[in-house]
Design a protein around this ligand. Structure first.
Ligand code: TMP
Length: 211
């Protein structure tokens, strides 16, 4: 009996307003059109428990949240999402696209909030439980331009409501992560039109043997 092959796990990362949701939607439509059997999910969230944790984290009313508490909530949501959904899908041979994953925690809670990268890496390992990331697409665009494009930050969203300096540090964090992990992370110039960015993403996925 041949062993079923593990599915490919692809994460999509980037700053706010760079068109990540649009690109994920275009990619989903592409997969439906081309008959690519792929599942699309997001973090924080993806399962009922993790979506409830998402609500807690992003709620703008939770002004007193401690940074480490925030980190643990992201990791708690990830653990649930990974165990309940991502790993079973990968084990069944499915391709899984996840809008944000471990690099967002390193960029936001690490580089931008200033929490220890070593601690985050340990928590990321626990939460992701060995889920092997085949490829990370980093949508590279300036977060300030992103906010202008989407008409400003959503002030009811606790993370989006952080200032420009915070989002600049997130961006620098992503650039460092891309430089430190050149085999896994591919930078995609996302400063052009959505069609141009979509074309670049599909080209990379073909080149890397995902499609
Ligand atoms: P989204 O707006 O892309 O859905 O992501 C929700 C917010 O959560 C966004 O501001 C990025 C942030 N985030 C972190 O700060 N750390 C994480 O680990 C993840 C997954 C997201």
């Amino acid at each position: 009996m041949t062993k079923r092959q593990f599915g490919k796990f692809i994460t999509v990362e980037g700053c706010e307003g760079v068109g990540k949701s649009t690109q994920t939607r275009l990619l989903k439509e592409y997969c439906q059109r081309e008959g690519v059997d792929a599942y699309f999910t997001r973090e924080p969230g993806g399962t009922p428990v993790a979506e409830r944790i998402r609500g807690l984290i992003l709620d703008g009313a939770n002004t007193g949240m401690d940074a480490f508490c925030e980190l643990l909530l992201y990791e708690a949501a990830r653990r649930q999402h990974t165990r309940e959904l991502i790993l079973p899908l990968l084990k069944s041979g499915k391709t899984v696209f996840c809008d944000r994953y471990i690099d967002s925690t390193l960029a936001y809670q690490g580089y931008a909030r200033g929490l220890s990268g070593a601690k985050i890496r340990t928590l990321n390992e626990w939460a992701s439980d060995g889920a092997p990331i085949a490829l990370t697409l980093f949508l590279d665009a300036d977060p300030v331009a992103g906010f202008i494009r989407k008409g400003g930050a959503d002030k009811t969203d606790r993370l989006e409501a952080e200032g420009a300096e915070f989002h600049k540090r997130v961006y620098e964090g992503f650039l460092r992560l891309a430089a430190d992990n050149p085999r896994r992370v591919v930078k995609i110039d996302a400063s052009g039109t959505k069609e141009e960015t979509h074309g670049k993403i599909v080209a990379v996925l073909k080149q890397k043997g995902i499609f």
